[in-house]
Design a protein around this ligand. Structure first.
Ligand code: FES
Length: 491
């Protein structure tokens, strides 16, 4: 039960304040270094567990300073008062004052409680003892906070910058930064809300405000019925959070079959050679017609590719990017693709017959190689050659969702040095505490996996050419990996 005058924080908010993953926070709780009650922690306990937390070093203070300096410079330039930035800065300052007042109030409350308890006890306290208790309590109440160790102040400030949204019925949470839309923030956090146009027209993104307040930030054509208005419905693609805490009832995709088939015409933005074998194709959809998909799914691409006679090239590819950016779709095209249609398509891109500015039709999404919903088991990704494409999408999504205990990536190549995005994998490895990356040759994969003691209790995602994936899947089953924990994408 949550009692007393402590400031309580959800795990998500505490992790957000500390700039760490929720998983890292949960690990400290499991290891007994931090108390939690009903999924909440106190600001005081968090400060004790992270004594090194220094507000002066936090990015938020830097952001505040930058805003203040920018606002001051503009004020001088434009001779107008006040700018939005100056107002934001004042709000930050008030947040700090509020946090300070809250802390002082908490201390007075503690003092009154202890005096009350002592007065009711026998033997009755002497005047001398009461005077001493009062002096000590007041000294504590008025004591300055240890410099730079004030979680509550940081929370008060961040509440101005970013709103916390809880989604019902799933219980998922996300933060809305600045005035970004609820839809953009939800996708960035790895949620899969229902939506269509992304532009205020179709109404598919409507959500019900259960508590808190949302406000429109862009115009919309969709008209709510009287009943929807009465029930506080808003469009996630057109609204942002106004209150610092918002609870929304949202229709979310729970499985691939919840995502409708779509057809989108996208433009080629970039064609980039990653090595002699693999190209990265970057498509961008129109603003009002984006592709909704789940991480790990495939689509069919179609292009004219400069062909005479009107025949198009069509080929199926996994989307290598994260659904959190539904306008910018990335594909890894491999010259030696085993599938004839994909080899032709890839060759056309390699030859320059598919080039920047061309239209490419995208339809789908297909497939069920997606992260298992609500699982918190460790994640093991095994990519063989260009099987890395769907794995890349899954890893970006898993990082956004921040639910897995740990992430291991084995990227096996049939050619020496065939890991065509090594820097990206190394960057994950360096930036994330619970991430491990092992590049290796395909033949070394069985031995490397055998050394992983957590395989049977992990969710395993295996992608690559069918002739390599299937024997490896048999090895994993024989090693005791339950079938429901083994997810395979073979092409
Ligand atoms: S996605 Fe169409 S109105 Fe929001």
């Amino acid at each position: 039960m949550l009692t007393g005058m402590s400031q309580w924080l959800t795990l998500s908010r505490a992790a957000h304040l500390l700039g760490i993953s929720r998983v890292a926070l949960q690990k400290r709780i499991r290891e007994g270094e931090l108390r939690s009650f009903d999924g909440m922690v106190t600001a005081e306990d968090v400060q004790l567990a992270w004594p090194e937390l220094n507000l002066d070093d936090s990015g938020s203070f830097e952001k505040t300073r930058a805003i203040r300096e920018d606002a001051f410079a503009r004020r001088l330039r434009e001779r107008v008062l006040p700018t939005q930035e100056a107002l934001a800065q004042r709000l930050f300052a008030q947040g700090q004052e509020l946090a300070e007042l809250q802390r002082t109030l908490t201390r007075y409350h503690t003092l009154f409680e202890s005096l009350h308890a002592r007065l009711g006890a026998t033997p009755a306290p002497t005047a001398e003892e009461l005077g001493r208790l009062l002096d000590e309590g007041l000294a504590q109440a008025l004591a300055a906070p240890a410099p730079g160790h004030d979680m509550a102040a940081l929370d008060a400030m961040l509440r101005v910058m970013s709103a916390h949204v809880t989604v019902k019925p799933s219980g998922r949470e996300f933060f809305v930064e600045g005035s970004e839309t609820l839809l953009k923030a939800a996708l960035r956090a790895g949620l899969a809300p229902s939506y269509g146009c992304g532009n205020g027209v179709c109404g598919l993104c409507k959500a019900r405000v259960v508590s808190g307040e949302a406000r429109a930030v862009s115009p919309s054509e969709y008209r709510f019925s009287a009943a929807e208005k009465a029930q506080n419905h808003v469009l996630m693609c057109a609204c942002t959070a106004l209150s610092s805490d918002l609870v929304l009832e949202v229709l979310e995709a729970g499985a691939p079959e919840d995502i409708p088939e779509q057809r989108v015409v996208a433009k080629v933005r970039k064609v980039e050679a990653l090595n002699g074998e693999v190209l990265r194709l970057h498509l961008q959809t129109p603003r009002s017609n984006r592709l909704r998909f789940l991480a790990g799914q495939r689509v069919t691409l179609g292009a004219r590719a400069g062909l005479a006679g009107g025949s198009d090239l069509h080929a199926e590819y996994p989307v290598a990017s994260c659904p959190c950016d539904d306008r910018n779709l990335i594909f890894h095209l491999c010259r030696s693709d085993r599938r004839a249609a994909s080899a032709d398509f890839s060759q056309a891109a390699l030859d320059g017959r598919i080039k920047v500015g061309d239209d490419v039709s995208v339809w789908g999404p297909w497939g069920s190689f997606v992260l298992e919903k609500d699982s918190v088991r460790p994640l093991v990704f095994i990519a063989i050659d260009d099987g890395f494409a769907p794995v890349n999408s899954l890893i970006e999504h898993a990082i956004a969702v921040d639910a897995a205990e740990s992430i291991s990536l084995y990227w096996a190549s049939s050619q020496p040095g065939g890991q065509y995005l090594p820097n990206q994998c190394r960057a994950w490895n360096e930036a994330l505490d619970e991430f491990s990356y092992l590049p290796l040759a395909v033949d070394d994969l069985p031995a490397a996996l055998a050394a992983n003691a957590a395989l049977a209790t992990s969710d395993i995602y295996l992608a690559g050419a069918a002739e390599r994936v299937e024997p490896l899947a048999s090895v994993l089953r024989a090693a005791g990996v339950p079938p429901q924990q083994l997810h395979i994408e073979a092409f």
